[in-house]
Write a protein that binds this ligand. Structure first.
Ligand SMILES: Nc1ncnc2c1ncn2[C@@H]1O[C@H](COP(=O)(O)OP(=O)(O)O)[C@@H](O)[C@H]1O
Ligand SMILES: [Mg+2]
Length: 331
């Protein structure tokens, strides 16, 4: 893989990579806070594995600052000797629904495991988010327990990973320092990078119209029940957890959580799946037409392949612009 020739390779990075390659540690989980150089190290390590004559899979679980594929997903790609990470198109993906793990721990661990299992080669470099304290510490712990990596590479400057390392010190851990050239990106930079990655993903997207009756909705209570015609509102449905109503804001009864305000779906980012429940891409809902039972969305995925819709918690425009977030699990 083309690693920027300009990168700085500290001695410990080189030692870590040659130890991993020569001992054939195959599942490599890379941990570190934001901007410590996780992506840079993962790229370097992938390259060292390739140069040793082996294939390598890259699982990118950093949902906010992706190396491969669109944000809000965990992806699996195969780096090659001649391509940069950002040129790799994902071989498989899993929709997390958010650009941060907070409130999304389950899809984070499920998705990472699914992508690791989908790899068809033994060497797997796993990159993670920079969230390492509190929720992040808990998430990393469960990831370690589920993935059972052969080695954990901990990139830390001043013991910030200590609590994770201590709790999992029965595992093989290689500690390395960040490069002196590791430089922070500010919140604006991060948002812009996500915007660009989304824009790139939706570049060739088109509008599709789908029939809600012929789709499976997952991760939402909405569309899990049966439509009822009595009562007011734009749409009513009876589910095993009660009635859901979609109505105009002015007609909202208090703030009952089973009431959805018309327009709640506009610009909502969704994961799209096939019958095997494999994620096949992303879509942005334009509108759900409850009268005619149709859903209009923007997606690069072929209409015929879409069988499953998984609403996420992020509102974006096809230009990549993030326009809002909703609290998880309120659909
Ligand atoms: N070894 C290195 N050599 C040169 N630049 C580096 C190195 N490590 C990190 N950087 C720079 O620091 C910034 C953050 O690194 P990155 O790998 O994106 O961190 P992370 O993935 O942990 O957020 C990037 O601009 C990257 O180019
Ligand atoms: Mg990164």
């Amino acid at each position: 893989m083309m690693v920027k020739s300009s990168i700085d390779v500290p001695v410990l990075w080189e030692k870590a990579a040659s130890r991993i390659v020569s001992n054939r540690y195959r599942k490599i989980l890379v941990l570190g806070g934001t901007d410590r150089g996780k992506s840079t190290f993962c790229g370097y390590l992938s390259n060292m594995i390739l140069e040793s004559g082996r294939e390598v899979a890259y699982v990118d679980a950093d949902v906010g600052q992706k190396d491969i594929g669109p944000p809000a997903t965990i992806t699996l790609g195969y780096p090659g000797l001649l391509s940069g990470l950002d040129e790799i198109s994902p071989f498989a993906l899993y929709f997390v629904g958010s650009v941060s793990p907070e409130g999304h721990l389950l899809p984070m661990v499920v998705g990472t495991k699914r992508m690791v299992d989908a790899s068809r080669v033994p060497f797997i470099v796993i990159n993670t988010t920079g969230l390492i304290h509190q929720t992040g510490r808990v998430l990393k712990g469960y990831k370690i327990e589920l993935i059972r990596p052969d080695v954990i590479v901990a990139i830390e400057r001043s013991n910030e990973l200590k609590s994770i390392i201590r709790q999992y010190r029965n595992h093989r851990i290689i500690r390395i320092e960040p490069s002196a050239r590791a430089a922070p990106k500010d919140i604006d930079d991060r948002r812009k990078r996500r915007e660009k990655a989304f824009a790139r993903y939706f570049e060739k997207a088109a509008e599709v119209v789908l029939e809600t009756d012929r789709l499976i909705f997952q991760r939402s209570l909405l569309f899990s029940g049966k439509r009822i015609d009595e009562g007011g509102g734009i749409y009513r449905e009876i589910t095993s957890e009660g009635v859901i109503t979609v109505c105009e804001k002015s007609l909202m009864e208090h703030d009952h959580r089973r009431n959805l305000v018309a327009g709640f779906e506009k610009n909502l980012l969704c994961g799209l799946g096939n019958w095997k429940n494999y994620c096949i891409g992303l879509g942005i809902i334009i509108k759900i037409e409850f009268d005619s039972g149709r859903i209009r969305m923007i997606t690069p995925v072929e209409k015929e392949k879409i069988k499953i819709i998984q609403p996420g918690d992020l509102y974006i425009e096809p230009s990549g612009k993030e326009i809002g977030r909703k609290s998880p699990g309120n659909l």
